[in-house]
Design a protein. Sequence first.
Length: 476
Amino acid sequence: MKKLILILLLMTGFASMAQSQLTIMGSVMDNSPIGQPIANQEITIDVYTGGALFVSNVVYSDSVGYYADFIQLNTNQGQVIISTQDCDSTILSYSQTFFWDSLFVYHDFVICGNFPPGCVADFRYEIPEPLTVNFINLSQGGESYFWDFGDGHHSNEENPVHTYQHEGDYNICLTLMSNDSSCYSKYCQTVTLSDDTLGCQANYTYFPVGDSNNPNSGSLTVQFLDMSLGNPALWFWQFGDGTGSSDPNPIHTFGSPGIYQVCLTIQSGDSVCTSTYCQDVIVHNDSATCVAQFTHHPADPAHGDLSIQFVDLSYGNPAHWLWDFGDGHSSTEQNPVHTYASEGDYYVCLTINGPDCQSVWCENVWVGAGTDCYNYFTYQVVDNTVVFSGFHSTNVPASYVWEFGDGTSAMGQEVTHSYSGPGMYYVSLTTFDDNLCRAFSSQLVVVGDTIAYNQVYGQVFEGDFPLEQGVVMIFS
């Protein structure tokens, strides 16, 4: 009997999948030069959605100065205001806007301790052109400035201008001190940068997921992930079955197997840019036995910044591995070390083969300075329960924040989580330490044995020229 085989492209590197939970964390330290932690400090967290107060919580810092709060949301964007009272009754506050792809807020408070608060660090910023930021120092007191731009670069200027190399969220910190060390203050805020010169271009990927309310639905339930360029503010999905969605990353259950033309239309907030992207999504109930995945981190220091250790994390029992390192080189080892000729972004693909399956996983890998801050995790599955173990790149104690892909989260280097049913879940790990190393990694975790898929890939040519668009139907 003929059956359709799903053509699937998986991508990682997302800041996060859209979740309904907002994670807020940070620390409270005194303003001494060594920064002693402050325990039992009251922190007020106000979350606004739609211009109205959604929730107001009070939490307290623990014995090492850290605080955390996890808030279930009814929307995917809004504003967070975090505040606490200084020792002189001054209210210190920090605000940040959150969106569907950045439901994580981190802020450190520095309050007066043994040193008098003779100076207060503060700044604002302007973005005159994409990726270039003008920092405007608003500090009071102090004569010495130290800027940490969040990308490994620093400055001692009073009002520096810095150009970033890549889009992203950067945690910018200004440390202020007096020449006689009589005062010390530190202020941080997150700056989000995007190269808007690209305009906007709609794009998405997808993969089948399990439905915890109906695990037998198998791969009729599909997770769609927006991968559009630019800064879209509006999304409109047409699933090809008469239904649609305005969520950035919707999950949709089709009524029956088949080929559906799914279209995503995006629009910028000022309505200047609109783009539509369509592709045929093949939906079926078949199962398979392997899923390719991998992680990577810098090899030992003897290999230098250009050598990367790749670690196979594939699900199933593959017998063969083929790595394409994105620079014209390849390997058939399971866990190879590869040295690149120069730094840059490389599109790395792992293809695995087993007795009755083949799977491919591809992602962008940055090679060069700054790759010494990373994390990864492994896991073991027993029925619907998974034991996760996280690894952070530095020797400094780190905090571990897990998002399990089912709307729940936890903290800790090793955690155990029980899912409500079989399925494929997008699990992410965020780690951070006091040396400003903040890392993110993610994997698709297969729970149970009812949800899996095959992959088929290739290229279509017209004569000697590759075709950019078309429909390929594959039967077996």
